[in-house]
Design a protein around this ligand. Structure first.
Ligand code: P6P
Length: 350
């Protein structure tokens, strides 16, 4: 017996209800919550909150060109970057969805100057998790119809349950994360996440609003032939980075590599995790700590990378071992197939 659902192009996707039926995200969470080191129900609520917000944002992103939602919101965020209207909407949707779930005691967002404390006046306040989020990464691509993404990072609070959350709860090293993931709003919308037990990817069937397990146990190939960096900044890079880029371009064995960089971390990372590659956002003479933010871009992507047998470094140490000092601090970021990151490291050390 087959259960037929229309897919994006209207073709029928026949799903056997027995045997190799594609698992939904909801079923996957329930089947795997035993491996989540903390209370199982809370993981389900956390990921389900992200799932709901991702579907709402996906709906807005997919129709951005049709309604007056693209373009600047007329404001700038703490980074001094022009806030696109979709940035603001995505930020509001994720905060609202997480706030309503009553398991999150605090939220930090790229779009918020300071962290948000939730239920801090409620003496019944038992919420144990803080979420850090880049609600719409790569948003400069919105108006030109290039993929954008959401990145999230989840920790258990370190201050006493029942008290208002503090900055200390957010400034934890990335190795303390209990879950992390991203949504990529691309040719299809995918939710990719880890709770420390591997990385799994789910593709949204928008016809029925359900995420299906499409990429189980995602892993970086040990090496690859794609390097992703904004070569417009080449003259400002450290010599070791310049030397590595020239190494990628030399005719020798499996090189030259292919240069692929679309200005959207989530998309560049996702492609490199599937095909093999390295993403680089180095520090330079113009951005002394690089551009990417440690807490809600580099740490979650590094957690996913390591869970997918990749590597992520700031050029000196493992990203997940960097001790944060500020909510919006930036770090140099090198991430991808382990042999490619190790080769880069050799050039940096020389
Ligand atoms: P540049 C988007 O603003 C972002 O944070 C990442 O998604 C992307 O990889 C990078 O910045 C692009 O920055 O300076 O190359 O345009």
């Amino acid at each position: 017996m087959f259960h037929k659902i229309p897919d994006i192009c209207g073709k029928q996707i026949a799903l056997s209800v027995l045997g190799n039926r594609n698992t939904t995200l909801g079923e996957f969470i329930i089947e795997n919550q035993g491996s989540f080191q903390y209370s199982s129900g809370e993981l389900s609520k956390l990921i389900n909150a992200i799932r709901l917000a991702a579907k709402v944002v996906n709906h807005e992103v997919n129709k951005a060109g049709l309604v007056d939602i693209i373009g600047r919101a007329g404001d700038t965020n703490i980074q001094g970057e022009d806030q696109q209207k979709l940035d603001v909407l995505a930020n509001e949707k994720f905060i609202q969805t997480l706030r309503n779930r009553e398991i999150v005691c605090g939220i930090a967002s790229e779009e918020e100057d300071d962290f948000i404390s939730i239920n801090s006046n409620d003496e019944q306040h038992r919420n144990k998790y803080v979420v850090l989020i880049d609600p719409l990464d790569g948003s400069s691509n919105i108006d030109v119809n290039v993929s954008v993404g959401t990145i999230f990072s989840i920790y258990r609070r370190v201050t006493p349950v029942g008290t208002p959350v503090t900055l200390e709860d957010f400034l934890q090293p990335g190795r303390n994360q209990v879950a992390a993931g991203y949504v990529v709003y691309g040719t299809s919308t995918m939710l990719v996440y880890t709770t420390g037990d591997g990385v799994n990817g789910f593709t949204l069937n928008p016809a029925i609003g359900t995420f299906y397990l499409s990429h189980p146990n995602m892993e970086f190939p040990e090496t690859g032939s794609i390097y992703s960096v904004n070569e417009g900044n080449y003259v400002h890079f450290l010599q070791g980075v310049k030397d590595y880029i020239k190494y990628c371009q030399q005719e020798d064995g499996d090189r030259p590599y292919t240069s692929r960089y679309i200005g959207s971390l989530v998309s560049d990372f996702h492609r490199n995790m599937i095909k093999g590659g390295i993403y680089m956002y180095p520090k330079s003479s113009v951005s002394t700590n690089g551009k990417l933010r440690l807490l809600y871009e580099c740490n979650p992507m590094a957690f996913i990378a390591e869970q997918a047998k990749g590597l992520a470094t700031d050029g000196n140490i493992r990203i997940l071992d960097v001790q944060p000092t500020e909510l919006h601090q930036r770090v140099p970021f090198f991430c991808g197939s382990p042999k490619m990151v190790q080769k880069l490291q050799e050039f940096l050390e020389n």
